[in-house]
Design a protein around this ligand. Structure first.
Ligand code: FDA
Length: 375
């Protein structure tokens, strides 16, 4: 028999959730991660007592009570509600698009006036078959919202003109005719008290973890250590890129420590003008209602992904999805390997979704009973 029941590649939310369930079922696990820390992309770095969301801003939200209860069993969550602002030419607008935004744009105060304004702008454009993202967005929300709050931001994010992006990227653009700045519609939302590392630490408590350890340093060795392998790294890398690399959009973060108490008064401010190179500024202390003397802000710059860079957003276009299918056909043939998480499945997952997916895979694998209270 092998030394471990499961060797788990990746100490992110998928790997950690799977490991937790396996340990609870009496299995012996080894978790390895090539990074110097656990948590994967939810990792926070302590800078001067502030939890800096090191790989991008993370806000936990879900409609699923069983998943909410699950994460709350490791750490209490605070009442943080995501309500980002958009800065356009120095003027601030509330997001998501709601009555506050419409008041700021046009001075209208009633839902009826706001609806009329949007409908009038859409009608004047007379777009029937949108040929690109720009026309699609205009058809959904009219000229003002598009020009001021969508166009520049979207072009920066994708690194292409809105007229050169396909219409299907935007299917809906939610507009709300209430004065409600809560970005998410989910029932449960918050940030772990003390930061996201508390969640990762809770999940991995009592489990052997080896950091700075790359599976590809010696794949045969790591495979040989366990009865089964749980792999949460990139799927194309697992197969040595034999069908070509799966493409991503990336991000570049510039963190700044400022010797002032409060820089922007909100955790998230988007910059919607095309000529400003970053898309947002995050002020981390506000996620936890921090009262520290100083503050840390992060500029988020969209970037074209190249091999060696951190892969953030999968580019799920036709070419890449086809390539992914080739890889996942191989993966399905594997006998003792479980693939999971955002990299192995090449899809954008929110945290609650990746936890949900790991719980389901662990349940099937370990033959555990179903979680109760699914909403
Ligand atoms: P994750 O990438 O976290 O973990 C995989 C781990 O495997 C990594 O630690 C990696 O080092 C390791 N690994 C890979 N290859 C390896 C190898 N060869 N050897 C050893 N280790 C290896 N969600 C949400 O709910 N609310 C939010 O606000 C946000 N915000 C957000 C912002 C940004 C910019 C991004 C990109 C994503 C979000 N998310 C989010 C999504 C969230 O980050 C995501 O759901 C989880 O972190 C995914 O967890 P995984 O375990 O799948 O991957």
């Amino acid at each position: 028999t092998k030394q471990y029941d499961y060797v788990i590649v990746g100490a992110g939310l998928f790997g950690a959730t799977f490991a937790y369930q396996a340990r609870k079922a009496g299995k012996k696990c080894l978790v390895i991660d090539k990074r110097a820390h656990i948590g994967g992309n939810i990792y926070c770095k302590d800078v001067d007592g502030i939890n800096v969301h090191y790989y991008g801003a993370h806000i936990f939200h879900t409609n699923d009570r069983s998943i909410w209860n699950f994460v709350n069993s490791f750490v209490e969550f605070n009442r943080y509600t995501n309500s980002p602002l958009a800065n356009h030419e120095g003027k601030l607008y509330n997001l998501p698009f709601n009555m506050n935004t419409f008041y700021q744009l046009w001075g209208v105060t009633t839902p009826e006036e706001a609806q009329a304004r949007i409908q009038q702008q859409i009608a004047e454009l007379n777009i029937t078959e949108p040929r690109n993202l720009e026309e699609q967005a205009l058809k959904l929300v009219g000229t003002d919202i598009y020009e001021k709050l969508i166009k520049g931001y979207t072009e920066k994010q994708w690194g292409r003109k809105a007229t050169e992006l396909p219409a299907f990227i935007i299917k809906r653009l939610p507009v709300r005719f209430t004065y409600d700045n809560n970005y998410f519609n989910d029932k449960y939302q918050g940030i772990p008290v003390g930061g996201f590392n508390k969640l990762s630490e809770g999940l991995l408590e009592g489990i052997e973890v080896r950091l700075d350890t790359d599976f590809f340093g010696d794949p045969e060795y790591f495979r040989g250590l366990g009865e089964k392998l749980v792999y949460t790294g990139a799927l194309d890398e697992y197969y040595n890129y034999r069908f070509g690399a799966l493409e991503y959009r990336s991000l570049r973060f510039e963190h700044k420590h400022l010797e002032i108490e409060n820089y922007q008064g909100n955790a998230v401010v988007n910059y919607t003008e095309a000529h400003i190179p970053y898309t947002r500024i995050i002020e981390h202390k506000h996620f936890e209602f921090g009262t520290q003397k100083h503050t840390v802000i992060t500029y988020e710059y969209p970037a074209t992904w190249e091999k060696g860079m951190e892969p953030y957003y999968p580019l799920n276009d036709e070419m890449n999805n086809k390539r992914f299918k080739q890889y996942s056909n191989l993966a399905e043939e594997e006998e003792n390997v479980i693939f999971g998480g955002r990299l192995a499945e090449y899809r954008y997952y929110d945290m609650h979704q990746v936890i949900g997916s790991a719980l389901v895979k662990a349940r099937d694998e370990l033959q555990l009973p179903r979680l109760e209270n699914r909403a």
